[in-house]
Design a protein around this ligand. Structure first.
Ligand code: ADP
Ligand code: MG
Ligand code: ZN
Length: 605
């Protein structure tokens, strides 16, 4: 910055001196004082004078030349003397240059300096957004309906999420039709999913499909160095949005402002709380039928303040997960359309080789491949380029742990199939929604159970079923690969199962031997997430019996799960195959596999 300033000053000085030398009054002719001129004149040494106003260009008889200046405004005797001495007198009209040009030339450097100064003042203000003058203004960027080119066709691999938001498009297109019928449309939608899965893209596509303006702002934009700015930004943004309704406000990374209040280390962040409160006020303040839909995105729904999730706010949640094989293939195809591709490139093969890749990774893959091709001067992007690009992206540390080898994938498939099969057989277990071996966070695969309604109390039978189900994963690994090859992937299952069994004995009175007594108080997790187990003065002997009872519950259910799986090895294999092939299988497919109808229905296709 300082360097720049110096540079500008030097330029200004150079320009100034340049203009000085252009000044037409300046010349190389000598300047002589008036008295010498008068002396020359009286001594008849002057041949000719050219008079411009008070300046005299003097030509001497010996061809010498000089300039002189008349000291007084008028010298009445001068003309007489000149005539007397027979000097040729030439009068010049007033200077040919206009006053404006003279002014411009002499003032130009000044203007230049002022311009430079203004420029720098703006620069300095520019630091930290639009500058101190406008820090209350929302930093939301607005895209008008004609600027948004994104449609649902640009989004792939998250069909469920797409389905869920389609209704919004209809509403935004014709809000009046819905209003007449008294239809209630959610005001706030929370998009949950790992980074790069297309949350922003999907929100934009909603606006693009509905042809409404789209305001976008990031949660971190609300939180800045000036206290109170965040809240006023929120107000301002809603103010602007109301003027263009129907429209969409998209708040990216809402967890930056929407973190749970009043918790966490280092005390609450006042500024953030005010911002969050203002947001809640605004969301409550406008009626749902004003046509503003707020869409927020986060990859940390767990840290959000519960107040944000209450009805009338972000009560609708849309999960945008990592794409499965088919989804990845479609995403690749979308991005491949933008570049020339060799006919041998097979998107389905690439999709299979990129488990755990998000949409953004895949778009990056296509881009990198195109760069590799360009570097070697090819006219089309070939499969080799994609392979190279894939290796490059996988080498990036982030994905090294995510991308699984074939063996890992198989082991994970057996593990999840184990959970699912046991879960299907034991009584009272919740229905399975889907199973996936797409890695998310630290887990390699997940089996989703769908609880029917809220659970306030759970029966003993159901708890035992859960424990059996939890061990299904580990047991499947053991049955297939032998006890030496069992992986560490079950540590979470073991922890959950053990806690369940212990609580059954110590809190819920489910042990016949120990009876319905409280052997431990509930864990207290209010302070800093530290769990304080307040032990309830139980004797060592009782403690030992508690441990024994816990062990017995676990053993009983472990054996049950083992038997369930041993009797259904065929099903275990075919569920593994289905998982390896599709990565995610839904309730219907699971049902078919359980009834051993899956392979046959597959063959029909
Ligand atoms: P997020 O907001 O979830 O972090 P983005 O929407 O910003 O992810 O995605 C970044 C880019 O990655 C998009 O612009 C798009 O090119 C690509 N992308 C991500 N997800 C998808 C998808 N489901 N379909 C097509 N392209 C995607
Ligand atoms: Mg985003
Ligand atoms: Zn498991």
């Amino acid at each position: 910055m300082a360097k720049n300033l110096i540079l500008w000053i030097v330029i200004a000085i150079v320009l100034m001196s340049l203009f000085q030398s252009f000044n037409p009054n300046e010349s190389i002719v000598q300047k002589i004082d008036y008295s010498t001129f008068m002396n020359d004149l009286t001594n008849d040494r002057i041949k000719e004078v050219k008079i411009f106003e008070r300046e005299i260009d003097v030509k001497k008889k010996d061809n010498g030349r000089y300039l002189t200046y008349i000291p007084l405004k008028e010298d009445p005797k001068l003309l007489d003397t000149l005539l007397e001495r027979h000097v040729t007198i030439i009068g010049e009209p007033p200077q040919g240059q206009s006053i404006l040009a003279t002014l411009f030339i002499s003032w130009f450097p000044m203007f230049l300096l002022i311009g430079v100064w203004i420029f720098f003042m703006r620069q300095i203000q520019g630091i930290g957004g639009k500058g101190a003058m406008s820090f209350g203004k929302s930093k939301a960027k607005m895209l008008s309906k004609n600027e948004i080119k994104t449609t649902f066709d640009d989004v792939a691999g998250c069909d469920e999420a797409k389905e869920e938001v389609k209704e919004l498009v209809e509403y935004l297109r014709e809000p009046d039709r819905f209003k007449k019928l008294g239809g209630k449309i959610p005001k706030g939608i929370l998009m949950i999913g790992p980074p790069g899965t297309g949350k922003t893209l999907l929100a934009k596509a909603i606006a693009g499909e509905a042809r409404v303006p789209f305001f976008t702002i990031s949660g971190s934009d609300f939180v800045e160095m000036f206290v109170g700015v965040g809240a006023s930004r929120v107000r301002d943004m809603f103010e602007q949005a109301k003027k263009t309704s129907p429209c969409i406000i998209f708040i990216d990374e809402i967890d930056a402002v929407g973190r749970q209040r009043g918790t966490g280390l280092g005390g609450g962040h006042d500024e953030r709380e005010q911002t969050l409160n203002q947001m809640l006020v605004e969301m409550d303040g406008f009626e749902g039928n004003e046509g503003i839909i707020v869409i927020a995105a986060t990859n940390r729904p767990d840290v959000l303040d519960p107040a944000l999730l209450r009805p009338g706010r972000f009560d609708r949640q849309v999960v945008v997960g990592l794409p499965d094989v088919r989804g990845r293939e479609q995403i690749l195809k979308i991005h491949m359309k933008k570049i020339p591709i060799d006919s041998k490139v097979d998107a389905s093969i690439l999709a299979r080789g990129t488990p755990g890749f998000s949409g953004a990774d895949l778009s990056n893959l296509v881009n990198e491949a195109a760069i590799f091709a360009a570097r070697t001067n090819q006219s089309v992007v070939r499969m080799e380029d994609f392979e190279k690009a894939k290796d490059k992206i996988m080498m990036g540390s982030e994905h090294r742990s995510m991308v699984m080898t074939e063996e890992q994938r198989e082991l994970t498939a057996y593990h999840e199939a184990g959970h699912a099969i046991v879960g299907k057989i034991v009584p009272e277990q919740d229905p399975i929604h889907k199973i996936t071996i797409i890695p998310r966070g630290r887990s390699l695969g997940t089996t989703f159970f769908l609880p029917k309604g809220d659970q306030i109390s759970i029966s003993k039978q159901k708890l035992e079923s859960q424990i059996s189900t939890l061990y299904g994963g580990r047991l499947a690994e053991e049955i297939i690969y032998g006890s030496q090859k069992v992986s560490t992937g079950s540590s979470n299952d073991i922890k959950t199962a053990t806690n369940l069994a212990r609580n059954m004995v110590t809190q819920w009175g489910f042990s016949e031997k120990l009876g319905p007594l409280l052997y431990a108080e509930e864990e207290d997790e209010i302070f800093l997430g530290r769990s304080v187990l307040k032990s309830n003065h139980i004797s060592e002997k009782t403690a030992r019996s508690v441990d024994k009872e816990v062990k017995e519950i676990i053993d009983r259910n472990y054996e049950r799960a083992r038997n369930i799986l041993k009797d259904r090895i065929e099903i275990l294999h075919s569920m593994k195959n289905a998982l390896m092939k599709y990565e995610t299988i839904n309730a219907e497919q699971i049902e078919d596999i359980m009834n051993q109808k899956f392979e046959s229905s597959e063959n029909k296709k």
